[in-house]
Design a protein around this ligand. Sequence first.
Ligand SMILES: Cc1cc2nc3c(=O)[nH]c(=O)nc-3n(C[C@H](O)[C@H](O)[C@H](O)COP(=O)(O)OP(=O)(O)OC[C@H]3O[C@@H](n4cnc5c(N)ncnc54)[C@H](O)[C@@H]3O)c2cc1C
Length: 380
Amino acid sequence: MSVQTPIRQSATRIIVLGGGFAGIYTARHLQKFFARRTDVEILLVSRDNFLLMTPLLFEVCSGKLEMSACSISIREFLGSVGFAEAMVEAIDLERREVLVSAEGADKRKLPYDHLVLTLGSLTNTSRIEGSELAFTFKTLADAILLRNHIIERMERAEVESDSNVRRRELTFVVIGGGLVGVEVFGELTAFMDEVVRYYPRIRREEIHLHLLQAGERIMPEISEKLADYSTHVLSRRLGVSIRTSTPVERITPGQVHLKNEILEASTIILSAGTTPSPIVAGLRRCAANSAPNYGRLEIAHQYRIRTASPIPSWRSMRCERRRCWPRTFMRRLMTCQCSPSYTRRRELWPLWDATAASRLRWVFRFVDFRHGGFGAAIIF
Ligand SMILES: Cc1cc2nc3c(=O)[nH]c(=O)nc-3n(C[C@H](O)[C@H](O)[C@H](O)COP(=O)(O)OP(=O)(O)OC[C@H]3O[C@@H](n4cnc5c(N)ncnc54)[C@H](O)[C@@H]3O)c2cc1C
């Protein structure tokens, strides 16, 4: 299939950018929904032809899992949906074109009728000076690189006699005590327990692992009780130090600078928040230009960019539906809109938006029912 022009000139082309969880599931649901429509073409564009199962990345880093165990072929997963392995360079919202490049090929412009942005995020390297010197932990390449680096540190320490150098080689620092930082940290401690036996000159007590968290507690994403329990479990491991309320001021080669202290470490891993994809941040008309939301898109209902054409009100949608609901139904979907009554269709659940949910709650509050969520959707 040529990705440059739609299969049919009259076809409506929906382009999904990004082959992460959001992208491939959106493409799959659209494919199912438009299965019988030959005039709708769906194309997914992503820089990798596999979906990375990020929750399994830690085990790939520690060698418990093979690389293939945490990646799924996008082509296999999506079946008949069009796929292009390419790098998205820019998006022209005015002309409705996406500029892409692929290895060994010229840059191309892909025209679209509807665009879905699911380009994910990057590790935020703007908060801490010198962040580019640290390892990130987001991609498959990151995990492999880190694994090789850690093993190399062990090899060096094994033959090193200078105690200072040896200590630096065997010190590992994770910056950021969010879910990913803590999980990397936990996996690292277990990995050390595992591999140290292959290095007869290294004692486990010589290996130091530091987790540095700027906030008051680790894993602010989960309940305090659970986070405290995790701290308790991790702290009991050998050579572990977990510090909260410890912001990192800067990173220099082999050093992490804290307020009153410098940690010497050959391995520094950064997991201190994320930042939107630069492609999305580059949509100046729609992306926020000021902190703390820099580069994030402001969206309205149905996850549409706020500056896109306005969505008709719920009232007018109902009137139209009464006149000719199948046509309206399709038209609404083509513009990525849906209402609660459509949610009975399983394929449309992911498209059910917050507005619909809030309207439902309002209706049931009005008639004094204590129902909501899925049950309310069926009744409605
Ligand atoms: C190590 C790790 C573990 C995690 N564990 C969990 C967990 O256990 N549970 C959980 O709920 N969440 C977890 N998360 C978070 C979860 O992975 C993300 O929330 C989720 O991946 C976001 O999905 P997404 O599709 O929006 O973005 P992503 O998964 O980041 O996908 C973005 C896609 O866009 C592509 N892309 C980006 N830029 C371009 C470009 N310029 N051109 C072409 N393609 C591009 C990328 O290749 C990628 O395929 C974890 C994250 C990490 C890093």
